[in-house]
Ligand binder design. Structure first.
Ligand SMILES: [Zn+2]
Length: 391
């Protein structure tokens, strides 16, 4: 039986987009979707009067890779013309990345292709913002454009974690108020409407990675911004880069995929790919030195209350990157004392922490930064251990 994803209806009620769909096909395909609650996405403002061809984009962006690898057909009524063309280019990039592991087929059948171009040229910009190093780097770089800040509840903060979200919400709204930027808060079922354990079961051995990281999160996150971007005739959506050109492993959020994402009159820019995490941290530290601005970074995904736990690898590497710039991490939202520094030394030198390829790549740049000022750091007993590490 042919695999089909049939979108029957899309409608908006109380700032939320609802999707009615049915799934047909073989058991393995059907099992990938959790039908206990269908996909939906809610905004912190009115999104009435957005064309259905634009409203379809959040859902489409999150099912396309599943459709392709299952040679399925999506049926829907209306599709945005620009987005339809951009999908072809995005699919080509996925093929290039993964064709040795898996085949990309499938297609979209629609009744009407709609041209949603604006007559007035767009100017406004918006950026995804979580409060981490990549987000702040983009914000500092683009601050003169006064971009709106988009944050998605349902990505790193679980869809149902109201407590965690309320901490993040307060945090990002403070930043919005401080810089006079608008906060766009989106509550999306993007990780909830699919069965992640089933995706793991069927694809982890093929991809050697989880579905979210390898296939979904780039276009999946961006798609959620489409109805809002259409409402305000947005020119560019910035997606802060996590990695850079030195990265050797595959990831679904990369410039080739995301810079091909287009709809109506809006384009996407994968921002900050020119810099590695150490260079981004340096830019943030230099900005603080120049402006005396107070920045509280939010980098930790382990802590459930929205704080930085100061116990995980990501916190450790950010703390050390900041120290390498002679800035006190306690001024940037971390709680660091001699005990924490001792623990970092122990974890780096005596555990498997750096075996992970992502961690390894990033620590290499941190070690290099300390070695640049070997004489200075040799005076500090809590730090000098890092100088003897091999790059
Ligand atoms: Zn942490």
């Amino acid at each position: 039986m042919k695999n089909k994803f049939i979108i029957k209806d899309i409608y908006v009620k109380n700032q939320k987009i609802f999707y009615n769909y049915e799934i047909e096909g073989n058991e393995n395909f059907k099992k990938l979707f959790w039908l206990g609650e269908l996909f939906s996405v809610e905004y912190n403002e009115n999104i009435d009067n957005i064309p259905k061809s634009i409203l379809a984009i959040p859902l489409l962006s999150n099912i396309l890779p599943i459709i392709w690898v299952n040679n399925a057909i999506i049926y829907l009524d209306e599709i945005d013309k620009t987005f339809y063309d951009s999908i072809k280019n995005i699919k080509k990039v996925y093929k290039k990345m993964y064709s040795k592991k898996i085949q990309f087929k499938g297609k979209i059948k629609y009744h009407k292709k709609v041209n949603n171009y604006y007559n007035t040229p767009p100017e406004k910009t918006i950026t995804f913002f979580s409060g981490g190093v990549d987000s702040y780097y983009t914000l500092i770089k683009r601050i003169n454009e006064k971009p709106d800040l988009i944050t998605i509840w349902g990505a790193d903060i679980d869809y149902e974690n109201e407590k965690g979200w309320s901490v993040v919400k307060d945090y990002i709204e403070n930043i919005g108020n401080k810089y006079n930027l608008k906060n766009v808060e989106i509550h999306s079922a993007l990780r909830r409407f699919i069965d992640n354990s089933e995706l793991e079961k069927q694809y982890h051995d093929i991809l050697h990675d989880n579905w979210w990281h390898a296939m979904q999160h780039g276009i999946g996150l961006i798609g959620n911004a489409a109805p809002y971007a259409y409402k305000y005739n947005v020119k560019t959506i910035y997606m802060p880069a996590t990695y850079n050109k030195e990265t050797t492993f595959l990831c679904a959020s990369n410039p080739e995929i995301e810079n091909n994402f287009k709809f109506a009159s809006t384009s996407v820019l994968h921002e900050g790919y020119e810099a590695n995490r150490q260079q981004k941290t340096e830019k943030i530290c230099n900005y603080i030195k120049e402006t005396d601005d107070n920045i509280n970074l939010r980098v930790c995904y382990r802590s459930l209350n929205g704080d930085n736990c100061c116990k995980c690898e990501k916190c450790y590497r950010t703390i050390m990157a900041i120290i390498s710039q002679k800035i006190n991490p306690n001024d940037l939202g971390f709680h660091v004392d001699k005990k924490v520094l001792k623990q970092i030394e122990k974890s780096v030198t005596k555990t498997d922490m750096l075996k992970n390829i992502v961690a390894k790549t990033m620590w290499k740049d941190i070690i290099k930064a300390f070695k640049k000022e070997e004489k200075f750091w040799n005076k500090y007993n809590e730090i000098k251990w890092i100088l003897s590490l091999k790059v």
